[in-house]
Design a protein around this ligand. Structure first.
Ligand SMILES: [Mg+2]
Length: 453
């Protein structure tokens, strides 16, 4: 703990030195939400000054600096490491060139042509005729990803992977052993470079949101540290599109309102955003102030696994929505199987065009990790949620919760006795293998058909 840091910080009115120290040491780890912080500090100081208390909350958050590590152009970089002849060339991983193949990753030489991930391969080739197109080799990336995770685990068990090449780390318990978060971040970046010949960008900040923006802002080969007292100045000039959950649609709505930067957004009264965008607006307003109480949740304590997607345009076509939901369910089930987890509950999340957000969940008959069992419930939830509604959807999510390391006893018995169950598992194994070989884009199970999965 860097005692000297405190000199730079704003303190809430009325707190004596002793109480401040008490608050730092004893309360900091207990703070889970800014409101909680406000209440605690109000009680301690007897002074009600939410603004000051809020900045105090932010400074307290300094004691749990969060590290976000994100590999640069991961798939493409791994391929370039494996094939030295590719040095200097514009390379994308993805495919196939025929049909509707998309770019999974583009190296920085390719990005100079305006090529980015999720772009159709055909379009990328038009932008750069000499583009080198490589197939997705998922098993290789998974192997490298494990090596990266091993490096993380040297420094902390508190890590939350977001994908194969990206993770949040909470190192607050490891600081006595390895030095502060900045030193640990450096070590991780160096270990990855030396042992794996790959480049990671690192962001370090008091909150997840700011750490993630920090790792991205100076890519490639970035290393950006944002201390608590620098958070607001860092966020203010950024475009609102940087805020989590602001897609093209919300972005253009802000543009219409004349809100371009995070500073302009945070200067709006909170009520205006609440009124306009509901709970989502409130969380945007909080993020804009640098407030993000989310903790790093490591794999072992994850309560749910979820995937969601924000559409570029609002969708009301039910068949399209079903297709999207099936894809999300595939992703969630894939992650369950990768991690050896079984879920007991399926949940869907819908955000309507007017920003009203609903979730609907249902228990499964047994703990499961098969796509079909989750899909059966998910599509039922979607049908029920959409019944009688005509509003367009802007965000769709799917989650599996009630996680367990073991299948239910019933299901385990079924696995061996029920040929239908065994068939589903075989299908999933096949799907995972295909996904491994060609990437997510290659798997399509017709969502239009209720029973044909
Ligand atoms: Mg990355």
């Amino acid at each position: 703990m860097e005692y000297t840091e405190r000199k730079n910080l704003t303190h809430p009115a009325g707190l004596s030195e002793g109480l401040q120290f008490f608050a730092f040491v004893k309360i900091a780890p207990l703070l889970k939400a800014p409101d909680e912080g406000d209440r605690l500090l109000e009680k301690l100081s007897g002074v009600r000054e939410p603004g000051k208390n809020r900045s105090f909350f932010l400074t307290v958050a300094k004691f749990s600096m969060i590290i976000h590590v994100d590999m640069d152009a991961f798939y493409a970089s791994v391929e370039m490491r494996e094939q030295p002849g590719l040095a200097g060339l514009a390379v994308v991983v993805g495919g196939p060139a025929q049909g509707r193949g998309v770019v999974a990753a583009a190296n920085y030489a390719a990005r100079k042509y305006g090529i980015h991930s999720a772009m159709p391969v055909v379009q990328a080739q038009r932008l750069c005729p000499k583009l080198v197109l490589l197939p997705v080799r998922m098993p290789l990336y998974i192997k490298v990803s494990r090596r990266i995770r091993e490096i993380f685990q040297r420094y902390t068990p508190e890590l939350e992977p977001l994908s194969l090449d990206e993770a949040f780390l909470d190192v607050s318990a490891s600081e006595r052993l390895f030095g502060d978060a900045v030193k640990i971040g450096r070590k991780i970046k160096n270990d990855i470079a030396e042992e794996l010949s790959l480049v990671a960008s690192v962001g370090i900040a008091p909150t997840k949101f700011v750490a993630k923006v920090a790792s991205d802002i100076d890519k490639p080969d970035g290393f950006v540290v944002i201390h608590a007292h620098e958070v607001q100045a860092f966020l203010d000039p950024l475009p609102v599109g940087r805020l989590w959950g602001v897609g093209k649609v919300t972005g253009s709505e802000f543009e219409r309102l004349g809100i371009h930067t995070i500073k302009q957004l945070r200067q709006q009264p909170r009520e205006v955003l609440q009124y306009r965008f509901g709970k989502f607006g409130e969380s945007l307003w909080n993020l804009a102030q640098g407030i993000d109480p989310r903790k790093v949740v490591s794999d072992s304590q994850a309560k749910s696994i979820s995937n969601e997607t924000t559409f570029a345009v609002d969708i009301s076509d039910q068949r399209l929505l079903r297709n999207q939901l099936l894809e999300l369910t595939e992703q969630v089930a894939f992650r369950l199987r990768q991690q050896g987890l079984y879920a007991r509950t399926a949940q869907i999340k819908l955000r309507f065009a007017d920003f009203k957000t609903i979730t609907r969940s249902m228990s499964l008959a047994a703990h499961t990790q098969t796509t079909k069992a989750l899909w059966n419930v998910a599509q039922e939830l979607l049908d029920a949620a959409l019944a009688g509604r005509t509003r367009a959807i802007r965000l769709l999510g799917m989650a599996a919760s009630g996680l367990s390391r073991q299948a239910s006893v019933v299901q385990q018995a079924d696995l061996f006795s029920d040929p239908e169950q065994e068939k589903q598992r075989e299908l999933d194994r096949l799907a995972d293998e295909i996904r491994g070989r060609f990437g997510a884009v290659s798997i399509r199970r017709g969502a239009g058909h209720h029973h044909k999965v």
